[in-house]
Design a protein around this ligand. Structure first.
Ligand code: NDP
Length: 296
């Protein structure tokens, strides 16, 4: 294997430690950053995510407010809860766990969150602010990828970056962040012609597709930095479930300069960046400067 392994687990732990240190300082000044998480229904994966977000929030010294509602909760009731959280000065960050049950309008719900408390960075105001180069709360997963890339490469200016995937939560904000750091950015998707050739152009290749091991080693430019956002559950040879990324790790690691593993790459950065965003939101609410190195 040629590639260096980008250790998101260690980097994420370091980010969390920095957040925790900032929280100590903020609490000494009388402010306890608070994160409210809203979960509807019993989806097992969402329950696991919400539990680990709660644990990480408390470990960072922040206040955690959990709101668990039945799957059948109506839109008006959910919007009323969001309005209460918007008005609550102890709550600096609000996260509504997605996906929402089908009878709810996710865009309407997300856009009801005060943009200053939108720690997922999904509000249309934050998306617009990111796209127009204004300070914004940025979606956690792409923010984590950006931190890993800056740590690995220093300046991203002039680098050829290819982002595979154009979702609002990963692909598009990732592309915006790379553009903001002056990379030359291509966004690829399911209609892209000759995707392997497009990927081979990339100094920075970010895979956010949701297709197990789709990107093979011969799609990777020698020496490229590969960030694998994908989390796919597949059956291993003995029938047990295992997690793989959107990149075929072994063949890509043989050519890349550096690569994130799955698990242990991007995943741990997402939760670390949620804490970083909550800290940023709390600082903003109290007129304090945004914490250095923890924002885009
Ligand atoms: P979406 O399903 O919303 O988007 C997938 C994107 O991939 C779409 O833009 C789609 O294109 C594109 N795509 C699908 N198939 C192909 C193909 N064959 N060739 C090229 N492009 C293709 O997924 P998300 O962005 O939400 O998530 C992507 C992956 O990242 C998933 O595996 C998810 O589990 C993981 N993830 C991981 C997180 C983490 O913390 N590590 C957080 C969030 C997501 P089109 O638009 O044309 O349909």
């Amino acid at each position: 294997m040629a590639a260096a392994i980008i250790d998101g687990k260690a980097f994420g732990a370091a980010v969390r430690a920095r957040v925790a240190a900032e929280v100590v300082r903020m609490r000494a000044a009388g402010v306890t950053p608070g994160l409210a998480v809203v979960l509807l229904g019993e989806d097992p994966a969402s329950q696991v995510y919400v539990r680990s977000k709660h644990r990480a929030t408390v470990e960072a010294g922040m206040a955690s407010f959990e709101h668990r509602l039945p799957a059948a909760t109506g839109q008006a009731e959910l919007l009323a809860l969001i309005a209460r959280l918007n008005a609550d000065p102890a709550v600096h960050g609000i996260l509504v766990q997605l996906p929402l049950p089908a009878h709810l309008d996710a865009d309407l719900v997300i856009n009801a969150i005060d943009p200053a408390k939108d720690v997922d960075g999904f509000h249309v105001t934050n998306a617009g602010r990111l796209a127009t180069g204004q300070s914004a709360l940025v979606p956690c997963t792409p923010l984590g990828c950006l931190m890993l890339l800056r740590d690995r490469l220093g300046s991203l200016a002039g680098a050829e970056a290819v982002v595979v995937g154009r979702s609002n939560i990963v692909g598009k904000p990732m592309a915006q962040l790379l553009l903001r750091d002056s990379a030359t950015v291509t966004i690829a998707h399911s209609r892209t012609r000759d995707l392997p050739a497009v990927c081979r152009r990339a100094d920075i290749l970010v895979a956010a597709v949701g297709r197990a091991e789709m990107i093979r080693g011969d799609w990777v430019r020698p020496g490229a930095t590969v960030i694998d956002v994908g989390i796919n559950r597949v059956a291993g040879p003995d029938g047990t479930a295992r997690l793989v990324g959107d990149v075929h790790f072994d063949s890509a690691a043989a050519v890349a300069g550096a690569i994130t593993p799955v698990p242990g790459g991007v995943g741990p950065m997402t939760i670390a960046c949620l804490l970083a965003n909550t800290l940023t939101a709390a600082a903003g609410a109290h007129g304090l400067p945004a914490p250095a190195g923890l924002t885009a």
